[in-house]
Design a protein around this ligand. Structure first.
Ligand code: KPL
Length: 317
């Protein structure tokens, strides 16, 4: 393991994706530290370890962790897996430890956070990642990997060259390629395209599954939700085309139906958040699509309707 601190990674966000990545990066032999929210979260991780279940086999790893107020490390590389709405407040306690030229990767659903981060702290090198890996959190530091997909990463900050992969990210990608049965990682020269494609899928699926309290598979034939899915697809594709986003091959509806079939037994992340009484990511998903639409004078009525209904059903969302 290389102990030069410029090679070390810090992971923020104790959810399913944060746990999956913390475990996997350790397996890759990287020096990683989990940034816990508070002392309780840190103590729990140190006492029970991080459990990841893959194909009914549970692996336990023991990553290092810090909580705000302890630790004098310099953070050169930060992977952020928090919920979109919590990003700025989650980074704030670690701000002073961040190297002024730190690499920050945002691995989240939804859009808008990278823009906000860049506005507040323009000096950081911001990268975005989007994943089709499926995971859910059974309990604190216990993660179930529900499906394997792939992760696309690319440069977001305007001062970065989209062609040039930084050394630290190249090391992640090399590690992912050298091992079998692990996370699959690719560099993308135009990260906005896969981010929009993932946003579109989340925008047409997540809110409907939460409103009707159905699994992804149940949405396919649902008499009320299915026509709304189709309308959301049309509106989303309109916004995408007016924003000059490369269209999804074979159309958004076909793509969404394939995702629904592949994840038929899963509860979407929004349904899980709503059922648990947590805030949802609706603003960074449907809200972002509505915002882009309104700049282009597109009403996005179906997106507005799902936002209103979600808030009526789940006041905490
Ligand atoms: O990414 C997802 C999510 O739940 O957030 C989908 C693609 C809808 C799979 O559940």
């Amino acid at each position: 393991m290389n102990t030069d601190s410029s090679h070390s990674w810090y992971i923020l966000g104790a959810g399913a994706i944060g746990g999956l990545w913390a475990h996997t990066m350790q397996v890759w032999g990287l020096d990683i530290t989990v940034l816990a929210r508070d002392e309780g979260q840190h103590n729990l991780l140190q006492s029970q370890g991080l459990q990841l279940s893959q194909d009914k086999i549970t692996h336990t790893s023991h990553p290092k962790s810090l909580f705000p107020g302890i630790g004098h490390a310099t953070i050169h590389n930060l992977l952020v897996c928090t919920k979109t709405y919590a990003t700025l407040s989650a980074i704030e306690p670690w701000r002073k430890l961040l190297n002024p030229k730190a690499n920050i990767i945002l691995l989240q659903n939804g859009m808008g956070t990278a823009q906000s981060l860049q506005t507040v702290w323009p000096q950081f090198n911001i990268y975005c990642a989007t994943t089709s890996d499926g995971a859910w959190r059974k309990a604190p530091w216990q993660v179930i990997q529900a499906g394997t997909g792939s992760t696309q990463m690319g440069a977001f900050s305007t001062h970065l060259s989209p062609q040039k992969m930084p050394t630290q990210i190249e090391r992640l990608i090399t590690a992912s390629q050298q091992q079998e049965n692990t996370l699959t990682l690719h560099w993308h020269k135009d990260i906005h395209t896969p981010m929009w494609h993932k946003l579109a899928v989340n925008g047409v699926i997540n809110a409907l599954t939460a409103i009707y309290q159905i699994t992804n598979g149940e949405l396919i034939q649902h008499p009320k939700a299915r026509p709304r899915l189709e309308q959301l697809c049309r509106e989303t594709e309109d916004v995408m085309s007016r924003c000059h986003i490369t269209p999804i091959p074979h159309g958004l509806l076909n793509h969404a139906l394939r995702v629904l079939q592949q994840t038929a037994d899963n509860k979407s992340s929004m349904l899980q958040d709503c059922l648990a009484g947590r805030p949802s990511e609706i603003d960074a998903i449907n809200g972002f699509i509505i915002q882009q639409g309104s700049i282009l004078h597109l009403p996005c009525a179906a997106h507005r309707q799902v936002c209103d209904e979600l808030r009526q059903h789940y006041p905490t969302s």
